[in-house]
Design a protein around this ligand. Structure first.
Ligand code: FA5
Length: 342
C-alpha cells in the first residue's frame, strides 16, 4: 500500500501541473478528495488492513490528503493571480486611436468659460499662450518689478521647491517670456493655474485659475484697456453687469486698477462670497510699468501697453452662481454637472 500512496502522490503532482483553470483544479479535487476520489478510497481501504499497519498507513494517507489539499489551494491562488495579471495587462493595452463610441461627461465649467474667453480674444486679434506652472523667482516676481524683499511679495506666498523654483502665484509670471517671445507690438492672453498659500474661504482657494492679457503697441492707453474689459464682460455675461474701477497697487502696472463686479450671488446685498461687501474683486489691470517692458526687451519710450489679470475662477463663480469656490475644485460631479452641458 505504501507504494500505491507514493505512486498517487507522483501522479497527483503530474496532473496538477497540467491544470490551467480553476475548473480543472476542481475536477482534480473531486478525483482525489471527492466521495469516490482515490485518496478517499485509500482511507476506506484501511478497514481491510491489520491493526498494526493501520496506524502507520493512516498517517501516510492523511499526509497525502493534506498535501493534496494544500497544493490544490495554492494552484487555485496561482491561477487567480495569473488571470488578474492577464486582465490588467489587457486593460493597459487599450488602443487610443480607436474612435470613441460611448461619451459621457462634460467639460469643467472653468474649461467652458476659458474656451469662451479664448474665442472672444482671438476674434480681437489676441494670440493664446500656454505657460508653465513651475517657474523661477525671476519670472514670478523680479521680472514684473517685484524685487526680493519687496512688501508686495507678502500678498502672494506660495509653495517652493527644493531647487528654489516655485508654483506660480499669478499668470503675470509669464509676462516676461511672452514679451520677449513676441516683442512689440503684441496682443496675447495666457490662462493658467495659479497657487497660493492662502487661508481658504468661499472665494479663496490655494489653487485657482487666472487669465492674463497684455497688449503692447504705440499709443496704447487706458481707454483701450477699458474697451477690452467691457467687451469681454458683456460677451461672457450676455447681459449688463455692474462693474466698478478703482485705483489699485500692483508693482508691475502704473497706474493700476481694481476692476470689481457687483456680486451676482447676492445682487450686491452682501453675502459670504463677496465678504459682505456686495463687490467681488475680479480683474485687476493697469498700464504696464516701464520696468516690465524694459525687462521684456521693449523700449518704454516708444511703446506702451496694458495688462490685466482676470480671476477666471471667480468669473466662473459669478457666471454660474457658484456660491463657494471650493465646489469648483471638489471633483463632485453632482455639484459640477449643474453648470455644464455635454
Ligand atoms: C494678481 O494676481 C495680478 N497679477 C493681476 C494683475 C495682472 C494686475 C496684470 C495688473 C496687471 P491679484 O492677487 O489681485 O492680482 O489676483 C487677481 C485676481 O485673481 C483676483 O482679483 C481674484 O479674482 C483672483 N484671485 C486671487 N487670489 C485668489 C484665490 N486665492 N482664489 C481665487 N481667486 C483668486
Amino acid at each position: 500500500m505504501k507504494e500505491k500512496i507514493e505512486a498517487l502522490r507522483q501522479q497527483f503532482q503530474e496532473e496538477l501541473e497540467k491544470t490551467g483553470s480553476s475548473d480543472q483544479v476542481e475536477k482534480l479535487r473531486v478525483a482525489y478528495l471527492g466521495k469516490k476520489g482515490c485518496v478517499t478510497q485509500l482511507l476506506k481501504g484501511l478497514k481491510e488492513v491489520d491493526a498494526q499497519q493501520k496506524k502507520e498507513l493512516g498517517q501516510h494517507i492523511n499526509q497525502l490528503k493534506k498535501q493534496v489539499e494544500d497544493k490544490l489551494a495554492q494552484q487555485v491562488e496561482a491561477i487567480r493571480q495569473a488571470e488578474m495579471q492577464r486582465r490588467i495587462g489587457a486593460a493597459e493595452r487599450y488602443d487610443v486611436t480607436l474612435p470613441v463610441t460611448d461619451v459621457s461627461g462634460s467639460y469643467h465649467p472653468i474649461t467652458i468659460v476659458q474656451r469662451q474667453l479664448e474665442e472672444i480674444f482671438a476674434s480681437m486679434g489676441f494670440t493664446i499662450e500656454d505657460y508653465k506652472e513651475i517657474v523661477t523667482d525671476y519670472e514670478c516676481f523680479e521680472a514684473v518689478n517685484i524685487p526680493k524683499d519687496h512688501p508686495a511679495r507678502d500678498m502672494q506666498d506660495t509653495y517652493y521647491l527644493e531647487n528654489g523654483q516655485l508654483l506660480k502665484t499669478h499668470t503675470s509670471a509669464a509676462q516676461n517670456a511672452i514679451l520677449r517671445k513676441y516683442g512689440a507690438p503684441c496682443r496675447a492672453i495666457f490662462p493658467g493655474r495659479c497657487f497660493r498659500n492662502e487661508a481658504i474661504d468661499a472665494s479663496h482657494e490655494n489653487t485657482f485659475f487666472q487669465m492674463e492679457g497684455i497688449m503692447v503697441d504705440t499709443d496704447i492707453s487706458i481707454s483701450n484697456l477699458i474697451y477690452f474689459m467691457k467687451t469681454m464682460l458683456s460677451e461672457v455675461f450676455e447681459r449688463d453687469v455692474k462693474v466698478r474701477l478703482r485705483p489699485g497697487f500692483f508693482p508691475f502696472v502704473e497706474p493700476g486698477f481694481e476692476l470689481d463686479i457687483n456680486c451676482l450671488i447676492c445682487g450686491g446685498e452682501g453675502c459670504s462670497t463677496c465678504h459682505h461687501s456686495g463687490w467681488v474683486e475680479l480683474c485687476p489691470c493697469g498700464m504696464i510699468h516701464p520696468n516690465v517692458l524694459k525687462a521684456g526687451g521693449i523700449d518704454p519710450e516708444t511703446y506702451t501697453g496694458f495688462a490685466f489679470g482676470l480671476g477666471l475662477t471667480r468669473l466662473v463663480m459669478m457666471k454660474y452662481g457658484v456660491k463657494d469656490i471650493r465646489d469648483l475644485n471638489s471633483g463632485n460631479l453632482k455639484a459640477l454637472s449643474q453648470f455644464t452641458h455635454e
